[in-house]
Design a protein around this ligand. Sequence first.
Ligand SMILES: Cc1cc2nc3c(=O)[nH]c(=O)nc-3n(C[C@H](O)[C@H](O)[C@H](O)COP(=O)(O)OP(=O)(O)OC[C@H]3O[C@@H](n4cnc5c(N)ncnc54)[C@H](O)[C@@H]3O)c2cc1C
Length: 488
Amino acid sequence: MARVLVLGGGISGHTAATFLKKWLGRSHEVVVVTPNSKWNWIPSNVWVGVGGMSREDVVFELAPVYKKAGIDYRQAKAISINPEGSATSALPFVSVEYTGTANAGSKEDITYDYLINATGPRLNFAATEGLGPDCGNTVSICTADHAVEAYEKLAQVIEEMKKGEKKKFLIGTGHGMCTCQGAAFEFTFNVEHKLKEAGVRDNAQITYISNEYELGDFGVGGMHLKMGGYITSGKVFAESLYTERGVRWITRAHVKKVSKGKIDYETLNGDMKEEEFDYAMLIPPFAGAGMKAYDKNGEDITSKIFNPGGFMFVDADYSKGAAPFEDYRAEDWPKYCQNQTYKNMFAVGIAFAPPHLISKPMKSPNGTPINPTPPRTGMPSAMMGKAVAYNIKDMIQKGATEPTHSARMSEMGAACVASAGKGFFSGSAAAMTMYPIVPDYQKYPDYGRDLNGTFGEIGLAGHWIKHFLHYSFLWKAKLKPFWTIIPE
Ligand SMILES: Cc1cc2nc3c(=O)[nH]c(=O)nc-3n(C[C@H](O)[C@H](O)[C@H](O)COP(=O)(O)OP(=O)(O)OC[C@H]3O[C@@H](n4cnc5c(N)ncnc54)[C@H](O)[C@@H]3O)c2cc1C
């Protein structure tokens, strides 16, 4: 009997674990280690943040779902990996610390035959002084609890505006090395819509602040879209959305410090500026989970397994990290998400170390990097989880010595529906698809992407799709009937 250990029960880990258990049946074990008792459909946190959904609408208890599926669920967080085992046993293991109320703080070493690291992002608010809900200056929508608090504060500000007060809203990225601009973009438009609904839009100045070189970059180097038969740049698409809704924007910005009602930021040309706010939602930079790694003699091999940001090395070409942007190639991106030193170890979703940025690297004259880091959004994260599940299944059941299924971000497409206001008849959303996610200028010399698979549209239909996706992905994650036929 083989044991597959999955670290992280988020979008990529849950996908990998549930498919593996379905395919492997009772003959093999699937163990999931994840610190939270509830699963969160993170994309809908945007709606929780504007009061359009409740916390309960976007989370569910994991234990009953895993029990029904036959998955061994441990509410715990992984602390370290020993991929060679120890001096006394060659069996690799992960040291975990339990987080559930019954056994919080107790520790265990869990052995494995195959390991999937799907630990997602650590929200690194500490990278910017004063950033994040714990400091009390800015809110976040990165977790369901954060989003609940974001709405409580928003509702309070709206009440003050109803009495005639003018307010400044600042939404965007809280550091020069953030990813996830899409979430900030969506929240901006949902807040704008909410203020209109509340009848206080005229009392608000809304500003979007970002580390993107220009609007529409999204950490994927921007894109050209087919819209109504015309080719439009993502910059024009995004700028027109902001302009139509009267939203100001500041790009090329690294937020250095947040204090009560004010941020200090540096621009790409080295200027130091300030911006005031009454309400701010700023996304933090993401780091890896912060696990350590040890060899069989107990020597620290963390830097061999993880990059300095804590993301796990896989089969990418990391030699290109310091190469000029013009030398970046589609094939630098990992094909199988497989660690090359320990081939029974995989990393999927946000947990894998990208070979380099997708957007062009930029630095201010002061040496501050100001550029979006590569996004690994929900759809590619789930697709990586499923591909790795296939590979491990084939290794266990068919004795495959090499991976059989690939999930390379430069060979896969992604769809993204960014809500721009919730409401069955008044809502809207920007629906975008791109192929491939990482541009391939060798294959598509003009724009880096296949324009037959890269398009964008905004409207009410997009809002309905977003709603439909919310319910269908929760249905799938709860393993309800026919869950396997719902695409990732
Ligand atoms: C507000 C917001 C809106 C978004 N909207 C969209 C959208 O509309 N479309 C889209 O495609 N993407 C969206 N994304 C991005 C999407 O949520 C992520 O790309 C996706 O969740 C990444 O999947 P993952 O499995 O890598 O990480 P996650 O889904 O974050 O899962 C990681 C899991 O690992 C667990 N974990 C952490 N540390 C440890 C540890 N030490 N040991 C064990 N487990 C650990 C975590 O608790 C979590 O359960 C959004 C993100 C945010 C923040």
